[in-house]
Write a protein that binds this ligand. Structure first.
Ligand SMILES: Cc1ncc(COP(=O)(O)O)c(C=O)c1O
Length: 408
């Protein structure tokens, strides 16, 4: 066996033997894997269907148009008003492509601060979104931990941004996209809703949709949507030309056709009742896990969750996110450190972010969430030996095999 084969096998065994609570990760189906591992990766297709800069693209045109239709159908969008670009390589370039289409360097961007639950691409100073544009960021109310829409409006009125971005990476509550849309309208800004984390919930009607209140909606495809790593940009028809040009040739070259086919398989799966039930179970599991963690003595940011993720505030335990992450990892439980409102350093955050999409994909339900909460308590509160818990974790996971038979 060659080195890379061996390493892949090792990694798949690691995935099988770990409880994955990282809310931005998931497991794709074997069918999605087949598509992204197909010879479609061999082709260049710069351009868009019917207008390519290479020959031999008949099949790719068909695939791209089919996937566009599925994407619009999945989010119940009327083709008269909305278009979708399915070529972005991932969520970060998708957001940058939108910013560069709708703003010029030096224009004003209002985004969600990282420590309050936003993403780096929402204007953080280390990211190009924070370097290329003049940025102000809204935060949550320090007392409630919640978004305060009156404060966001005041800030927007004063700052007069060209674009307001909404959406979350670690905020555990519903986002009121309607209010964001109203604020953007009042101050004459574009509204970009970045639904990367919650796209699956929105598709299943389990979170209010942003589409009626946004000019553009971006999402990654590899989180709750359970597809390959990629991204989509949904845009109002009148913005289509600008944004398509910004993706290609503005920012990217040839699309990753194998990934586009994988996104197609993802949508074929997402348009089934099984997928809706899966999203419902993600939410049920998140509710049970968050309640049980609180019963067992943990403090959660905003005392719970409305979505697929939650953040433990580790300050009462005298721990920080890095240490807690390491303790859990040594018992094969993965949850990642996260800043909480008030944290000053992303290197030393006081939160630990957990989510249920991946464990739900493995077939776990409420009963298993109670077990997972118990493991976490034993590790972080009772300070039990992680080696012993790791053995229990691996045994527990035998009942939830991953579908990757070739590798296991
Ligand atoms: C809200 C949000 N937007 C954008 C991204 C960036 O996606 P990617 O990592 O695919 O570039 C993420 C990733 O976590 C995210 O949470």
């Amino acid at each position: 066996m060659k080195k890379i084969d061996k390493l892949i096998k090792k990694e798949v065994v690691r995935q099988q033997n770990s409880i994955n609570l990282i809310p931005s990760e998931n497991y794709v189906s074997q069918k999605v894997l087949d598509a992204i591992g197909s010879p479609l990766t061999n082709k260049y297709s710069e351009g868009y269907p019917g207008k390519r800069y290479y020959p031999g693209n008949e099949i790719y045109d068909k695939i791209e148009m089919y996937v566009q239709n599925l994407a619009l159908k999945a989010f119940r969008l009327n083709q008269k008003n909305w278009s979708v670009n399915i070529q972005p390589y991932s969520g970060s370039p998708a957001n940058l492509a939108v910013y560069l289409a709708l703003m010029s360097p030096g224009d004003k961007l209002l985004g969600f601060s990282l420590t309050s639950g936003g993403h780096l691409t929402h204007g953080h100073f280390v990211n190009y979104s924070g370097k290329l544009f003049k940025v102000r960021q809204y935060s949550v109310n320090p007392k409630t931990g919640l978004l305060d829409y009156d404060e966001i409006y005041k800030l927007a009125k004063k700052f007069k941004p060209k674009l307001i971005v909404s959406g979350l990476t670690s905020y555990p509550r519903k986002i009121d996209f309607k209010k964001f849309g109203q604020i953007a309208k009042k101050v004459g800004a574009y509204h970009l809703a970045d639904i990367s984390h919650i796209a699956g919930l929105i598709l299943a009607n389990l979170h209010p949709t942003p589409f009626s209140y946004s000019d553009v909606v971006t999402t990654t495809t590899h989180k709750t949507l359970r597809g390959p790593r990629g991204a989509l940009i949904f845009m109002r028809k009148h913005l289509e030309e600008k944004i398509n040009k910004s993706v290609f040739p503005g920012l990217q070259g040839g699309p990753h056709n194998n990934i586009i086919a994988g996104i197609g398989v993802m949508f074929e799966e997402a348009l089934t009742s099984k997928f809706i039930k899966y999203q419902q179970q993600i939410l049920k599991n998140a509710k049970v896990l968050s309640k049980e963690l609180m019963n067992l003595g943990f403090t959660l940011w905003t005392n719970g969750t409305d979505n697929h993720l939650m953040v433990i505030d580790l300050k009462p335990l005298g721990l920080n996110g890095k240490i807690a992450e390491e303790i859990l990892e040594s018992a094969n439980i993965l949850a990642n450190r996260n800043t909480l409102p008030g944290d000053t350093s992303p290197f030393n955050p006081t939160g630990l972010r957990l989510g249920t999409p991946a464990v739900t994909s493995r077939g776990m339900k409420e009963k298993e969430m109670l077990k997972i909460a118990k493991f976490i308590k034993e590790l972080l509160i009772d300070q039990k030996d992680p080696k012993k818990i790791k053995e229990e974790v691996i045994r527990f996971l035998c009942k939830f095999p991953l579908p990757y038979k070739k590798w296991l």
